[in-house]
Design a protein around this ligand. Structure first.
Ligand code: TQI
Ligand code: ZN
Ligand code: ZN
Length: 169
């Protein structure tokens, strides 16, 4: 079953239109932007929340960045596999991805020749769940279940994810 962070933090009632921006240090291609837009849309479709790309990381509610190793928040990345990404609970909006991963964008990750290939959209949908206030679920098929394998793709919200997010919003 779905779960929340302690105290059930969520984006406040008067804050249902959220903006997101990318770390200006990263080279974000249109393809990568499209992956994140699709991931946000999946949550938007089942909630009153809307998400819009902003060009200002200082003003945006959610900031997304790729980092290597120690990046200043006490939770260093560890190179290939292990920790892939992390996102903080509301209203932090910080979403960090390990730049060392073999991220797969748009291509079919199940066909990748790299054994360590990770589907970016699958991780984005999961981390956005955290950004919005969902913890980990015990339902194996859910997006918020805490296991991901390389070379797999899981991007469709499960009814368990939808029930969890609709409780919060
Ligand atoms: N990152 C962990 C995660 O997002 C970070 C984490 C551990 C965490 N415990 C937490 C975040 C509790 C919030 C609350 O779960 S990860 C998965 C999954 C990771 C893991 O890089 O290990 C996914 C990233 F769920 F499959 F294990 C993406 Cl989908
Ligand atoms: Zn971080
Ligand atoms: Zn998680």
């Amino acid at each position: 079953r779905y779960a929340f962070f302690p105290g059930e933090p969520r984006w406040p009632e008067g804050h249902r239109h959220l903006t997101f921006a990318f770390n200006p240090e990263n080279d974000i291609t249109d393809e990568i932007r499209a992956v994140f837009s699709r991931a946000f849309d999946r949550w938007s479709r089942v909630t009153p929340l809307t998400f819009e790309l902003s060009t200002s990381p200082y003003l945006a509610d959610i900031t997304i960045g790729f980092f290597n190793g120690d990046h200043g928040d006490g939770e260093p990345f560890d190179g290939i596999l292990g920790t892939l990404a992390h996102a903080f609970s509301p209203p932090s909006g910080r979403f960090h991805l390990d730049a060392a991963e073999s991220w797969v964008v748009d291509d079919d990750v199940t066909m990748s020749t790299s054994l360590a290939a990770i589907d970016l959209e699958s991780v984005a949908v999961h981390e956005i769940g955290h950004l919005l206030g969902l913890g980990h679920s015990s339902v194996v098929e859910s997006i918020m279940y805490p296991a991901i394998t390389s070379r797999t793709r899981k991007v469709e919200l499960h009814s368990d994810d939808v029930m969890g997010i609709q409780y919060l919003y």
